[in-house]
Design a protein around this ligand. Structure first.
Ligand SMILES: NCc1[nH]cc(CCC(=O)O)c1CC(=O)O
Length: 308
Protein backbone atom coordinates (compact mmCIF):
# COMPACT_ATOMS: atom_id res chain seq x y z
CA UNK A 1 0.00 0.00 0.00
CA UNK A 2 1.17 3.51 -0.79
CA UNK A 3 1.66 5.89 2.12
CA UNK A 4 1.43 9.65 2.46
CA UNK A 5 2.87 11.13 5.65
CA UNK A 6 1.65 14.60 6.62
CA UNK A 7 3.60 16.74 9.09
CA UNK A 8 1.75 19.10 11.43
CA UNK A 9 2.22 21.06 14.64
CA UNK A 10 0.80 19.41 17.73
CA UNK A 11 -1.74 22.04 18.76
CA UNK A 12 -5.42 21.08 18.65
CA UNK A 13 -6.05 23.60 15.89
CA UNK A 14 -3.10 22.43 13.79
CA UNK A 15 -4.22 18.82 14.09
CA UNK A 16 -7.85 19.71 13.31
CA UNK A 17 -6.90 21.55 10.14
CA UNK A 18 -4.43 18.86 9.08
CA UNK A 19 -7.22 16.30 9.44
CA UNK A 20 -9.32 18.38 7.03
CA UNK A 21 -6.52 18.06 4.48
CA UNK A 22 -6.03 14.36 5.23
CA UNK A 23 -9.76 13.70 4.68
CA UNK A 24 -9.73 15.54 1.36
CA UNK A 25 -6.71 13.54 0.21
CA UNK A 26 -8.21 10.25 1.36
CA UNK A 27 -11.39 10.98 -0.62
CA UNK A 28 -9.36 11.70 -3.78
CA UNK A 29 -6.88 8.87 -3.28
CA UNK A 30 -8.66 5.96 -1.55
CA UNK A 31 -5.77 3.54 -2.09
CA UNK A 32 -3.27 5.62 -0.09
CA UNK A 33 -2.67 5.15 3.61
CA UNK A 34 -2.54 8.63 5.13
CA UNK A 35 -0.52 9.15 8.31
CA UNK A 36 -0.23 12.24 10.55
CA UNK A 37 3.15 13.00 12.09
CA UNK A 38 2.78 15.54 14.93
CA UNK A 39 5.89 17.65 15.41
CA UNK A 40 6.71 19.95 18.32
CA UNK A 41 8.00 23.38 17.25
CA UNK A 42 9.93 26.04 19.15
CA UNK A 43 7.01 28.42 18.76
CA UNK A 44 4.82 25.93 20.64
CA UNK A 45 7.36 25.16 23.36
CA UNK A 46 8.34 28.70 24.36
CA UNK A 47 5.19 30.44 25.53
CA UNK A 48 6.46 32.98 28.03
CA UNK A 49 8.10 35.33 25.54
CA UNK A 50 6.78 37.21 22.53
CA UNK A 51 7.33 35.67 19.11
CA UNK A 52 9.39 38.65 18.04
CA UNK A 53 11.80 38.10 20.96
CA UNK A 54 12.40 34.44 20.18
CA UNK A 55 12.93 34.90 16.46
CA UNK A 56 9.71 35.55 14.55
CA UNK A 57 6.99 33.41 13.15
CA UNK A 58 9.27 31.01 11.24
CA UNK A 59 9.60 29.22 14.58
CA UNK A 60 6.31 27.46 13.98
CA UNK A 61 7.60 25.76 10.87
CA UNK A 62 11.36 25.19 11.17
CA UNK A 63 11.24 21.72 12.75
CA UNK A 64 8.58 20.69 10.27
CA UNK A 65 10.77 21.77 7.35
CA UNK A 66 13.62 19.70 8.80
CA UNK A 67 11.33 16.66 8.79
CA UNK A 68 10.44 17.41 5.15
CA UNK A 69 14.10 17.62 4.19
CA UNK A 70 14.89 14.34 5.95
CA UNK A 71 11.96 12.74 4.12
CA UNK A 72 10.23 11.81 7.37
CA UNK A 73 7.13 13.49 5.95
CA UNK A 74 5.89 13.99 2.38
CA UNK A 75 4.10 17.27 2.97
CA UNK A 76 3.52 19.80 5.71
CA UNK A 77 0.26 21.56 6.53
CA UNK A 78 0.66 25.04 8.01
CA UNK A 79 -1.58 27.97 8.75
CA UNK A 80 -0.41 30.19 5.92
CA UNK A 81 -0.30 33.08 8.37
CA UNK A 82 2.53 31.34 10.22
CA UNK A 83 4.67 30.98 7.10
CA UNK A 84 7.25 33.79 6.69
CA UNK A 85 7.26 35.94 3.55
CA UNK A 86 10.10 34.06 1.94
CA UNK A 87 10.04 30.25 1.96
CA UNK A 88 13.49 28.60 2.08
CA UNK A 89 14.81 27.56 -1.33
CA UNK A 90 14.41 23.79 -0.97
CA UNK A 91 10.68 24.09 -0.30
CA UNK A 92 7.58 25.28 -2.06
CA UNK A 93 3.98 26.04 -1.13
CA UNK A 94 2.19 24.25 -3.92
CA UNK A 95 -1.46 24.25 -3.02
CA UNK A 96 -4.08 25.66 -0.70
CA UNK A 97 -7.54 24.27 0.02
CA UNK A 98 -10.53 26.65 0.15
CA UNK A 99 -9.93 29.50 2.55
CA UNK A 100 -12.03 29.82 5.70
CA UNK A 101 -13.28 33.16 7.05
CA UNK A 102 -10.26 35.51 6.85
CA UNK A 103 -11.32 38.06 9.47
CA UNK A 104 -10.42 38.66 13.09
CA UNK A 105 -13.10 38.44 15.74
CA UNK A 106 -13.68 40.01 19.12
CA UNK A 107 -14.63 37.79 22.03
CA UNK A 108 -15.70 39.82 25.01
CA UNK A 109 -16.39 38.54 28.48
CA UNK A 110 -19.83 40.06 28.79
CA UNK A 111 -20.83 40.09 25.16
CA UNK A 112 -20.09 43.77 24.50
CA UNK A 113 -19.35 44.83 20.92
CA UNK A 114 -16.13 46.78 20.35
CA UNK A 115 -18.01 50.10 20.52
CA UNK A 116 -19.69 49.09 23.77
CA UNK A 117 -16.56 48.22 25.76
CA UNK A 118 -15.93 50.56 28.70
CA UNK A 119 -13.40 53.39 28.46
CA UNK A 120 -9.92 51.88 29.04
CA UNK A 121 -11.13 48.30 28.63
CA UNK A 122 -8.38 45.64 28.62
CA UNK A 123 -8.04 43.65 25.38
CA UNK A 124 -5.67 40.70 25.06
CA UNK A 125 -3.66 40.07 21.90
CA UNK A 126 -0.03 39.31 21.10
CA UNK A 127 -0.26 40.57 17.54
CA UNK A 128 1.25 43.94 16.60
CA UNK A 129 -1.19 44.17 13.71
CA UNK A 130 -4.23 43.63 15.94
CA UNK A 131 -2.89 46.01 18.58
CA UNK A 132 -2.22 48.86 16.16
CA UNK A 133 -5.65 48.53 14.54
CA UNK A 134 -7.46 48.37 17.89
CA UNK A 135 -5.63 51.47 19.14
CA UNK A 136 -6.19 53.28 15.87
CA UNK A 137 -9.93 52.66 16.21
CA UNK A 138 -10.13 53.25 19.97
CA UNK A 139 -7.01 54.90 21.47
CA UNK A 140 -8.46 54.59 24.97
CA UNK A 141 -8.22 50.78 25.02
CA UNK A 142 -5.49 49.04 26.97
CA UNK A 143 -3.92 46.28 24.87
CA UNK A 144 -2.46 43.47 26.99
CA UNK A 145 0.12 41.10 25.44
CA UNK A 146 -0.97 37.47 25.56
CA UNK A 147 0.33 34.39 23.75
CA UNK A 148 -0.49 30.74 23.52
CA UNK A 149 -2.75 28.55 21.44
CA UNK A 150 -6.46 29.35 21.12
CA UNK A 151 -7.43 27.31 24.19
CA UNK A 152 -4.86 29.12 26.33
CA UNK A 153 -5.98 32.53 25.13
CA UNK A 154 -9.62 31.74 25.85
CA UNK A 155 -8.56 30.68 29.36
CA UNK A 156 -6.74 33.98 29.78
CA UNK A 157 -9.88 35.87 28.87
CA UNK A 158 -11.64 34.12 31.73
CA UNK A 159 -8.82 34.36 34.27
CA UNK A 160 -6.60 37.36 33.57
CA UNK A 161 -8.80 40.34 34.19
CA UNK A 162 -9.32 40.96 30.48
CA UNK A 163 -12.50 42.43 29.01
CA UNK A 164 -11.99 40.90 25.58
CA UNK A 165 -9.54 39.16 23.27
CA UNK A 166 -9.09 39.19 19.49
CA UNK A 167 -8.58 35.92 17.60
CA UNK A 168 -8.84 34.67 14.03
CA UNK A 169 -12.35 33.59 13.02
CA UNK A 170 -10.91 30.65 11.08
CA UNK A 171 -9.30 28.99 14.09
CA UNK A 172 -12.50 29.20 16.13
CA UNK A 173 -14.62 27.94 13.25
CA UNK A 174 -12.32 25.00 12.61
CA UNK A 175 -12.50 24.08 16.31
CA UNK A 176 -16.31 24.34 16.23
CA UNK A 177 -16.28 27.25 18.65
CA UNK A 178 -18.08 29.91 16.56
CA UNK A 179 -20.57 30.34 19.39
CA UNK A 180 -17.87 32.11 21.42
CA UNK A 181 -17.55 34.90 18.81
CA UNK A 182 -18.97 38.26 19.90
CA UNK A 183 -18.25 40.29 16.76
CA UNK A 184 -16.56 39.91 13.38
CA UNK A 185 -14.02 42.71 12.82
CA UNK A 186 -14.77 42.96 9.12
CA UNK A 187 -15.00 46.76 8.92
CA UNK A 188 -12.34 49.50 8.66
CA UNK A 189 -9.66 49.82 9.93
CA UNK A 190 -9.46 46.05 10.48
CA UNK A 191 -7.55 44.11 7.85
CA UNK A 192 -6.53 40.52 8.57
CA UNK A 193 -3.04 39.05 8.46
CA UNK A 194 -1.68 37.98 5.10
CA UNK A 195 -3.02 34.49 4.46
CA UNK A 196 -5.25 34.39 7.53
CA UNK A 197 -7.77 31.57 7.31
CA UNK A 198 -5.87 29.79 4.54
CA UNK A 199 -3.78 26.64 4.80
CA UNK A 200 -0.43 26.16 3.08
CA UNK A 201 0.63 22.78 1.75
CA UNK A 202 4.41 22.78 1.69
CA UNK A 203 6.57 20.17 -0.06
CA UNK A 204 10.16 19.58 -1.15
CA UNK A 205 10.67 21.57 -4.32
CA UNK A 206 11.97 18.58 -6.31
CA UNK A 207 9.13 16.20 -5.36
CA UNK A 208 7.04 16.15 -8.55
CA UNK A 209 4.85 13.25 -7.48
CA UNK A 210 3.49 14.96 -4.36
CA UNK A 211 2.89 18.14 -6.35
CA UNK A 212 0.67 16.20 -8.76
CA UNK A 213 -1.21 14.64 -5.86
CA UNK A 214 -1.80 17.96 -4.10
CA UNK A 215 -3.03 19.71 -7.22
CA UNK A 216 -6.19 17.59 -6.78
CA UNK A 217 -7.12 19.48 -3.60
CA UNK A 218 -5.93 22.95 -4.58
CA UNK A 219 -8.57 25.70 -4.64
CA UNK A 220 -7.34 28.04 -7.35
CA UNK A 221 -9.20 31.21 -6.21
CA UNK A 222 -7.65 30.75 -2.75
CA UNK A 223 -4.23 30.12 -4.26
CA UNK A 224 -4.57 33.33 -6.30
CA UNK A 225 -5.61 35.57 -3.39
CA UNK A 226 -2.86 34.28 -1.15
CA UNK A 227 -0.34 34.76 -3.95
CA UNK A 228 -1.40 38.41 -4.14
CA UNK A 229 -1.25 38.85 -0.37
CA UNK A 230 2.17 37.22 -0.13
CA UNK A 231 3.39 39.45 -2.94
CA UNK A 232 2.44 42.39 -0.74
CA UNK A 233 4.24 40.83 2.25
CA UNK A 234 7.40 40.21 0.23
CA UNK A 235 7.38 43.76 -1.10
CA UNK A 236 7.29 45.19 2.43
CA UNK A 237 9.80 42.63 3.69
CA UNK A 238 7.31 41.74 6.39
CA UNK A 239 8.01 39.58 9.37
CA UNK A 240 5.83 39.80 12.43
CA UNK A 241 7.56 42.91 13.85
CA UNK A 242 5.72 45.48 11.76
CA UNK A 243 1.95 45.75 11.95
CA UNK A 244 0.79 44.94 8.46
CA UNK A 245 -2.08 43.10 6.88
CA UNK A 246 -3.72 42.45 3.53
CA UNK A 247 -6.84 40.88 2.13
CA UNK A 248 -7.40 40.02 -1.52
CA UNK A 249 -10.74 39.14 -3.06
CA UNK A 250 -11.74 37.98 -6.53
CA UNK A 251 -14.73 39.28 -8.45
CA UNK A 252 -15.11 37.88 -11.95
CA UNK A 253 -11.84 38.40 -13.80
CA UNK A 254 -10.72 41.11 -11.33
CA UNK A 255 -8.75 40.89 -8.13
CA UNK A 256 -8.82 43.57 -5.44
CA UNK A 257 -6.25 43.66 -2.68
CA UNK A 258 -6.53 45.95 0.35
CA UNK A 259 -3.60 46.39 2.70
CA UNK A 260 -2.40 48.31 5.74
CA UNK A 261 0.77 49.28 7.54
CA UNK A 262 0.61 51.02 10.92
CA UNK A 263 2.70 52.40 13.71
CA UNK A 264 2.77 50.06 16.71
CA UNK A 265 0.75 52.49 18.85
CA UNK A 266 -1.88 52.92 16.14
CA UNK A 267 -1.30 56.67 15.94
CA UNK A 268 -0.74 56.34 12.20
CA UNK A 269 -2.34 53.78 9.91
CA UNK A 270 -1.85 53.73 6.17
CA UNK A 271 -4.39 51.80 4.17
CA UNK A 272 -5.17 51.55 0.48
CA UNK A 273 -6.22 49.09 -2.20
CA UNK A 274 -5.45 48.09 -5.76
CA UNK A 275 -7.68 46.39 -8.34
CA UNK A 276 -6.36 44.67 -11.44
CA UNK A 277 -6.86 41.68 -13.66
CA UNK A 278 -6.83 38.37 -11.83
CA UNK A 279 -4.30 36.99 -14.29
CA UNK A 280 -1.82 39.65 -13.11
CA UNK A 281 -2.05 38.35 -9.55
CA UNK A 282 1.73 38.09 -9.22
CA UNK A 283 2.12 41.87 -9.67
CA UNK A 284 -0.83 43.23 -7.73
CA UNK A 285 0.53 42.65 -4.22
CA UNK A 286 3.78 44.42 -5.00
CA UNK A 287 1.87 47.25 -6.66
CA UNK A 288 -0.11 47.80 -3.46
CA UNK A 289 3.08 47.52 -1.40
CA UNK A 290 4.74 50.25 -3.48
CA UNK A 291 1.67 52.44 -3.10
CA UNK A 292 1.75 52.18 0.69
CA UNK A 293 5.52 52.70 0.82
CA UNK A 294 5.05 55.98 -1.06
CA UNK A 295 2.31 57.06 1.33
CA UNK A 296 4.53 56.82 4.42
CA UNK A 297 4.89 53.11 5.08
CA UNK A 298 8.59 53.44 4.27
CA UNK A 299 9.15 55.73 7.26
CA UNK A 300 7.02 53.57 9.55
CA UNK A 301 8.92 50.39 8.66
CA UNK A 302 12.30 52.13 9.04
CA UNK A 303 11.32 53.42 12.47
CA UNK A 304 10.20 49.99 13.63
CA UNK A 305 13.43 48.41 12.40
CA UNK A 306 15.47 50.97 14.33
CA UNK A 307 13.62 50.29 17.57
CA UNK A 308 14.51 46.59 17.41
N1 LIG B 1 -1.01 33.01 15.37
C1 LIG B 1 -1.45 31.65 15.56
C2 LIG B 1 -2.49 31.28 14.56
N2 LIG B 1 -2.12 30.82 13.36
C3 LIG B 1 -3.29 30.61 12.64
C4 LIG B 1 -4.37 30.91 13.43
C5 LIG B 1 -5.79 30.85 13.06
C6 LIG B 1 -6.15 30.16 11.81
C7 LIG B 1 -5.78 30.88 10.56
O1 LIG B 1 -5.54 32.09 10.52
O2 LIG B 1 -5.74 30.20 9.53
C8 LIG B 1 -3.88 31.33 14.67
C9 LIG B 1 -4.68 31.72 15.84
C10 LIG B 1 -5.14 33.16 15.84
O3 LIG B 1 -4.49 34.04 15.27
O4 LIG B 1 -6.15 33.44 16.48
Amino acid sequence: MKELVIGTRKSDLAVAQTKLVANRLQAEFPDYKIILNKISTKGDRILDRSLVDIGGKGLFIKEIEVALLQEEIDLAVHSLKDVPGAVTDQFEIVASPKRANPYDVLISNEGQLLDQLAQGARIGTGSARRKSQLLNYRPDLEVVAIRGNINTRLDKLANQDLDAIVLAAAGLERMGWEDKITQYLDFPPFIPAVGQGALALEVRKDDQQIKRILSAINHQPTYDVITAERGFLACLDGDCKAPLGALAQIRGDKLTIAGMVAKLDGSRLIKDQVTGLRKDVAKLGAKLGEKLLNQGAKEILAEIKEEN
